[in-house]
Unconditional design. Structure first.
Length: 251
């Protein structure tokens, strides 16, 4: 954990990411902001951790990280798959949770496009450097990534065990967690990306907002699904605005 001021931010990466996904965002947060980030089970430095790798296990891991690493209130910041795991944790209403920032999140209700054929195809997106390059260039981003950032994204996408790599596209992305999402009581802000073809803004309006009705949604222009990599400054600003709005609640 870094920093020592205000609610901590606990960052949860996407399917294919790592703790390093958040480097650009964290670099643009105010000095002294507490942050926690980690590689989820099956990914990066956590690749060797045994399964299962399903959403409930990811949520259990996230809850344990927050409980052990953060001494005071915290805000979960979850991207895509990490956003869905964060929703499950928030639905448990842990005592320290002050808010939820969902960044291009997988919605609680899977949209109709998440068919068996779609999921089978998605499960092979990170099979090789070539398939990762295609996914990054044609699906996940709307703007070219800086060379170093792109290199990290390629590395991260390949740094998973086979079982962890398949679990999300074959099962987690299609899981309906609307009953749990309705139990979320903390403030929630949702960041959508204008050109996201994975979780388009309209999908989030139709498949997330009805189930977390007190959530607010902001669309970040020009970006694709990898918002933390494509628009880290905009994400950091939105997080800062959210923390400011929380001040009357968190003291």
């Amino acid at each position: 954990m870094t920093g020592d001021a205000g609610p901590a931010l606990v960052f949860v990466h996407y399917w294919g990411g790592s703790a390093d996904t958040w480097s650009g965002v964290i670099d643009q947060l105010p000095p002294g902001q507490q942050t926690v980030r980690f590689d989820q089970r099956g990914w990066g430095t956590s690749r060797a951790l045994p399964g299962p790798y399903h959403l409930d296990q990811l949520a259990d891991d996230l809850a344990r990280v927050a409980e052990t690493a953060v001494p005071g209130p915290y805000v979960l910041v979850g991207h895509s798959m990490g956003g869905k795991a964060s929703q499950l944790v928030a639905a448990r209403r842990p005592a320290g949770l002050a808010g939820l920032v969902l960044v291009a999140p997988a919605p609680p209700l899977p949209p109709a496009m998440v068919t068996e054929e779609y999921r089978q195809g998605l499960s092979h997106a990170y099979d090789s450097p070539e398939s990762v390059a295609y996914a990054l260039g044609q699906v996940l981003t709307a703007t070219p990534l800086p060379e170093g950032v792109r290199g990290t994204a390629v590395r991260d996408s390949l740094a998973a065990g086979a079982e962890a790599r398949r679990e999300w596209p074959l099962h987690g992305i299609a899981r309906d967690i609307t009953r749990a999402a309705r139990d979320i009581e903390v403030p929630v802000t949702v960041l959508a990306a204008e050109h996201d073809v994975v979780e388009p803004p309209q999908v989030l309006r139709e498949h997330l907002l009805p189930h977390i009705p007190h959530a607010t949604l902001t669309t970040i222009p020009g970006a694709g699904h990898l918002l933390p990599l494509e628009a880290p400054g905009a994400v950091a600003t939105a997080i800062g605005d959210f923390l400011t709005a929380l001040q009357p609640v968190t003291g």
